[in-house]
Design a protein around this ligand. Structure first.
Ligand code: ATR
Length: 290
C-alpha cells in the first residue's frame, strides 16, 4: 500500500491496543479493495481520552474503533451516538458526519451476522439463555430482541445487573419475555432446558477459566452454543458443547462481523467477503475455515 497526502487515517483507540487484531484485519480488507486508507493503533490512557478524541478530530482522522477500557467513557466526548450505541451503552465505532464525530456500535450486528453465518440460527421465535450483563450482553440483547426472540433469560453472576438489563430491555421490547436467573443452583439448569440458544458474553473461558455450574446436558439436542470468547478458539464451554453434539461457534465471526460493519460505514464499500475472518484465523494461528 502506498501512503500519500490523500490517504485517510483510520484506527483503534484503547489501552492496551498492542494485541488488537483490528489493524491486521482492517488493513487486509483495505488492501484487498485497493482503498486509500490506513488503519493504525492509538494507545490512549484513560485520563487523556478527551484530549485524544479532540486531537483525532483536529488532525482529520476519518474514523476509528474504540476498545477496552474506553467504550463507555468515550460517549461524553462525541457529538452524538446512534440508537445501537445507546442500547449497548457502549461505542465501538466512531465515524464522521461532516465535522461531527458519531458514536456507533457494530458489536450487535457482528454477533447477528455470525449467528446466521456460523450457526445458521435466527433469533426469531427462539428462547435464548444469555450469560452476562455487561456491554457485550447489551449489544447482543438489542439484536436478539429486535430480531424477534420470544424469550430471553439473562443469567449473571451479579443478579441485580441482570435484573436492571431485563427491566430496561423489557420496557423497550414489549413482545419479548425477559427473565433473570442466577448462575448458581438449579435455576440455570431449568433455563438450559428451555433454551434453543446459549450465548456467553462474559470473559469466562479466557485463560482456561470455566463456569462452575453450567450443566449442558440439560440442553436439548437441537440447542446451539455461541461463545463470544475467541482465545482460546475452543473454550471449555465450547468443548463441552461439541462433545454433546450441539452446534457451536466462537467469537471470531463476531469480531470479523463488527469490523466489516465499521469498514462499510467508513469507506462506503462492502467489506470483501471473508477477508477479515481469514486474516483473524491466520493471526490466531487457526484454520482458514470459511
Ligand atoms: P463487557 O463490556 O465485555 O461485557 P463488562 O461490562 O465488564 O464487560 O462485563 C463483564 C461480564 O462478565 C459481566 O456480566 C460479569 O459479571 P458481573 O456482572 O457479575 O461482574 C461477567 N464476568 C466476569 N468474570 C466472571 C466470572 N469469573 N464469573 C462469572 N461472570 C463473570
Amino acid at each position: 500500500m502506498k501512503i500519500r497526502g490523500t490517504t485517510r487515517v483510520l484506527g483503534i483507540v484503547g489501552r492496551p491496543v498492542a494485541h488488537s487484531l483490528s489493524p491486521a484485519m482492517q488493513n487486509a480488507a483495505l488492501d484487498a479493495l485497493g482503498l486509500e486508507y490506513v488503519y493504525v493503533p492509538f494507545p490512549v490512557e484513560p485520563e487523556y481520552l478527551g484530549a485524544a478524541v479532540e486531537g483525532l478530530r483536529r488532525i482529520g482522522v476519518w474514523g476509528f474503533n474504540v476498545t477496552i477500557p474506553h467504550k463507555t467513557a468515550i460517549i461524553p466526548f462525541l457529538d452524538r451516538i446512534t440508537r445501537e450505541a445507546e442500547l449497548a451503552g457502549a461505542v465501538n465505532t466512531v465515524y464522521r458526519e461532516g465535522e461531527l464525530f458519531v458514536g456507533h456500535n457494530t458489536d450487535g450486528i457482528g454477533f447477528l451476522a455470525s449467528l446466521r453465518h456460523d450457526l445458521n440460527r435466527e433469533p426469531a421465535g427462539s428462547t435464548v439463555l444469555l450469560l452476562g450483563a455487561g456491554g457485550a450482553a447489551r449489544a447482543a440483547l438489542a439484536v436478539l430482541a429486535a430480531g424477534g426472540a420470544s424469550r430471553i433469560i439473562i443469567a449473571n453472576r451479579t443478579v441485580e445487573r441482570g435484573e436492571a438489563l431485563a427491566d430496561r430491555f423489557g420496557s423497550l421490547f414489549a413482545s419479548v419475555r425477559f427473565d433473570v436467573c442466577s448462575l448458581e443452583g438449579g435455576e440455570v439448569s431449568a433455563a438450559l432446558r428451555s433454551a434453543d440458544l446459549l450465548v456467553n458474553t462474559t470473559s469466562v473461558g479466557m485463560n482456561g477459566t470455566e463456569f462452575a455450574n453450567l450443566p449442558l446436558s440439560e440442553m436439548g439436542p437441537h440447542g446451539a452454543v455461541y461463545d463470544m470468547v475467541y482465545v482460546p478458539a475452543e473454550t471449555p464451554l465450547l468443548a463441552a458443547a461439541r462433545e454433546r453434539g450441539l452446534a457451536c461457534a466462537n467469537g471470531t465471526g463476531m469480531l470479523a462481523g463488527q469490523g466489516e460493519a465499521a469498514f462499510e460505514l467508513w469507506t462506503g464499500h462492502r467489506a470483501p467477503r471473508n477477508i477479515m475472518k481469514r486474516k483473524l484465523f491466520e493471526e490466531l494461528g487457526g484454520s482458514t475455515k470459511s
